[in-house]
Design a protein around this ligand. Sequence first.
Ligand SMILES: *[C@@H]1O[C@H](CO)[C@@H](O)[C@H](O)[C@H]1NC(C)=O
Ligand SMILES: *[C@@H]1O[C@H](CO)[C@@H](O)[C@H](O)[C@H]1NC(C)=O
Length: 478
Amino acid sequence: MRCFLYAYFLCLCLLFSLEKGCAFEGRKIAESQHSHTIEVSSLFPSTSCKASTKDLNSKNKASLKVVHKHGPCSELYQDKPNAAPTHTEILLQDQTRVNSIHSRLSNSRTSGGNDMKVTDSTTVPAKDGSSVGAGNYVVTVGLGTPKKELSLIFDTGSDITWTQCQPCVKSCYRQKEQIFDPTKSTSYANISCSSPVCNSLNSATGNTPGCASSTCVYGIQYGDSSFSVGFFGTEKLTLTSDDAFEKVYFGCGQNNQGLFGGSAGLLGLGRDQLSIVSQTASKYKKIFSYCLPSSSSSTGFLTFGGLASKSSKFTPLATISAGPSFYGLDFTGISVGGRKLPISASVFSNAGALIDSGTVITRLPPAAYSALRDLFRKSMSKYPLTKALSILDTCYDFSNYPNISVPKIGFFFSSGIEVDIDARGIFYANSKSQVCLAFAGNSDATDVLIFGNVQQKTLEVFYDGSAGKVGFAPGGCT
Ligand SMILES: *[C@@H]1O[C@H](CO)[C@@H](O)[C@H](O)[C@H]1NC(C)=O
Ligand SMILES: *[C@@H]1O[C@H](CO)[C@@H](O)[C@H](O)[C@H]1NC(C)=O
């Protein structure tokens, strides 16, 4: 937990309105009202982790360090239990996640009826749910008594928290840390099938719970072939040394498969009553915030409770009736280089929008994406275009440019706020000769807009589930 000095430092900077003077390591060279000038090299992670050095824990809040799963700040990466996927693989998996979110919202998850059995993976359909994807961020929490440290992918797009559990009745994928053994924990308890909370798995997972020797069985699948099935139990969850919760409902996975990249499972931060946000509501009042670092060689934070940064701009949370677990937002427009795209607000309201920590690339309604791309290409016309990278069709060859000037991109929301995307939230960089605009269009105008995690980089995103609002502040982390 040594990464937070920088955040403190930044807060001070913000307080004294010196944020531009605090530009990170000289990377951002200049900033005009409507454009960023950046060094192309700043779009790439360095080979070593540059975490900062102070603990952000203070009264009424609990902070965890956030790292990208596939980078030098991640323990998972250092051990290389799984080779990091290529950018093409990440983007493909991202599309799988997006497809499953879209189908989940259009089917309203009414299909149900998938009865979960611990030993039978064929009962797990691979078409519904949300893909965990590969472009994700992990935090380390403590589980059980005595406490075992586990690195979990945190996901605002799903609810149930689970980890792989011994004896892995059917299968466990390879993870970096020791697999959790509930028999070695004095605080573990099974949930019985007759408990009402067993039934609440219906809404948290989209699947009917199963029953094995009177123990409740959960199952969740994530769009691609990833899934976890196992016993539903309660355990002590330790977030920080000061903040522990007894009897937190979680999944003890006995049959797990998928793209979890060496992590031990998933921390569900959605809006359902079984999410960690809801289960810790008595203490944190459904307040949490995070900052996703600009690259895999720096660190961010996930904080429960606490206050939003003073520079936060707020907009109301919207509820998506077909997917009440998601954090909906009312998007109203996009600007490029200070010019608002000439598209009707109904393009956004017809699609609806949500913010997701687990989707990599922001997905826009088709009309919004083509308008964004056209204006972006126009203002970038002095740089040579190059071949597409998977779903990204606007890529530049910056090999001959040490520094580039990029139009600012802003998102507008119903409260009237405009949120500026960080310069490193505009691009997805494969190599200096292939740096791509990190946006894609949905294929259908009614598919939901997804505010993805590349565009959230370095923003402090503050969720207040009690007051029903989300806040954005620049410079939350590096
Ligand atoms: C939980 O339930 C499973 C299935 O019935 C059983 O094998 C396991 O021993 C139980 N664990 C505890 C701690 O009761
Ligand atoms: C790029 O920016 C760096 C850092 O400010 C500066 O030293 C360098 O001269 C710039 N290069 C060009 C070609 O503008």
